[in-house]
Design a protein around this ligand. Structure first.
Ligand SMILES: Cc1ncc(COP(=O)(O)O)c(C=O)c1O
Length: 454
């Protein structure tokens, strides 16, 4: 007999105080044992005090007047917010009876963090899982996936070769006992981020600046996180949504060629779940800047202090960010300048994960650049953060740009069996709102069925 896993609704992930108080106490204790299945209820941006985990970046580091607020994802179980889409896709599959625990093996096509999330969730829910990912990602990613008990199925390449993982997943899916948590195409990823991340962002700015969001910037991998922008724009229609891409391999801006070092993003496709209607700008960030920027924050907080950053904040940030976070931070600084935002304006962005999976990336940087004395790091700090410029930003609000992005989506998805008619529906906000409204249905269904036999 199989059971539907016992886990939270979308509303409980957004507002953990909706969880029964007795259960909530146990859920807090579960944090001490990451493999306790009650940690499913710790899939939330909120801490014990019901505050969204975030940091307002010091202006001595950003060099701009606008408030740049980073939602901090490393406190999610498994160390990144990607566990949210993994759980949401799995639980929706279970309540729809498409995934039967005990019968089906779960596939997680990924470049790392989603795979870590899938292997972690499957461990808690006692499901077998296979993570399909490129063979050249950071070592720390593979270690975690194996630690959580998933099998690895590696395809050649790096972040920019993610298409090979999709092709491999499609092949594996021919086995009727396999079910894929297809983050690039399934809408629970959209629902999680629009509902949980979007509304958490809206909540976090309540007492900052003018209490609104002028800009949301995020570097898409699956583009799930960008869905938060749809909710932000729903509440603050003036908000600008910005997709950030690696300069060395931009797809949305330039059609996708090249290799890059920003793990988790820049996957050479316009993902199916990316609502390009709401993407107002695309901006490119140089990959080496993101790795160097991470090194400064992690290895040289004293340099930030020299530039006036409060020592406590510099220390707090040491382990808080990963490489893609630095991409998001640089992109936010660029947009603050481009949009000429002032001290009352808020830009929100996201730290998907923390430093724990990038030691090997920084070691590799140290080997490549040889000189990393303070005078070098000081120069990097100024050039990367304070002097971030407004180059390589395009405005995608015009219809010709939207058409170009739709064409990219068709190029990427018709070959996987999606019809032109389905893709055409995505050209209307009605499609996305209709998909978002299903959150209410799944809230009820999860509540009704969790822990029950199927
Ligand atoms: C480190 C990192 N940053 C950013 C992203 C992009 O997030 P999303 O897939 O929601 O676009 C990912 C996705 O896996 C990631 O692992």
């Amino acid at each position: 007999m199989s059971k539907i896993p016992f886990g939270p609704t979308y509303d409980e992930m957004l507002h953990p105080n909706l969880i029964d108080p007795e259960l909530r106490k146990k859920v807090q204790l579960a944090k001490h044992n990451e493999l306790d299945e009650l940690n499913l209820f710790n899939i939330t941006w909120k801490n014990e005090k019901q505050e969204v985990n975030h940091i307002i970046l010091p202006k001595e580091m950003t060099g701009v007047d606008a408030n740049i607020i980073v939602l901090v994802g490393k406190y999610f179980p498994s160390g990144s917010h990607k566990v949210g889409p993994a759980y949401s896709t799995l639980i929706e599959g279970c309540v729809d009876h498409d995934i039967i625990p005990g019968k089906h093996t779960i596939l997680g096509p990924s470049t790392g963090n989603f795979g870590i999330g899938v292997s972690y969730i499957c461990n808690l829910m006692k499901l077998d899982s296979i993570v399909i990912m490129p063979d050249n990602m950071s070592k720390e990613r593979y270690d975690r996936i194996l630690k959580y008990g998933a099998k690895l199925d590696l395809t050649p390449g790096t972040e920019s070769d993610v298409i090979l993982t999709l092709e491999r997943t499609y092949k594996l899916k021919e086995n009727p006992n396999y079910r894929s948590l297809a983050q690039f195409e399934l809408l629970p990823n959209y629902r999680f981020h629009r509902h949980v991340t979007g509304n958490s962002a809206i909540e976090v700015v309540k007492n900052i600046g003018n209490g609104r969001i002028a800009c949301f910037a995020s570097a898409p991998g699956s583009a799930g996180t960008l869905a938060a922008g749809d909710q932000i724009k729903h509440v603050f229609p003036e908000a600008k949504i910005v997709a950030l891409e690696p300069y060395e391999c931009s797809t949305l801006m330039n059609g996708g060629k090249g290799q890059h070092r920003i793990e988790g993003i820049g996957d050479k496709m316009c993902t199916l779940i990316h609502n390009v209607l709401n993407t107002d700008f695309i901006s490119l960030i140089e990959d080496e800047d993101t790795v160097k920027g991470l090194k400064i924050i992690h290895d040289a907080p004293h340099i930030l202090v020299e530039y006036g950053v409060d020592p406590h904040t510099a220390k707090q940030m040491v382990d808080m960010f990963g490489v893609s976070t630095i991409c998001n931070i640089i992109g936010s600084i660029k947009m603050a300048k481009y949009l000429k935002l002032g001290p009352e304006d808020n830009i929100v962005t996201v730290a998907t994960d923390g430093y724990d999976r990038y030691n090997s990336v920084i070691e590799n940087l140290n080997h490549r650049v040889l000189e990393t004395e303070d005078f070098v790091l000081r120069r990097w700090f100024k050039d990367i953060f304070l002097k971030a410029d407004t180059e390589h930003i395009i405005d995608t609000r015009v219809s010709s740009e939207k058409e170009r992005l739709y064409k990219q989506k068709e190029h990427d998805w018709l070959k996987f069996g999606y019809s032109k008619a389905y893709l055409d529906q995505m050209k209307s906000m009605d499609f996305w709102n209709h998909e978002y409204d299903k959150v209410n249905y799944y809230n009820e269904k999860i509540k009704e069925l969790r822990g029950k036999n199927i």
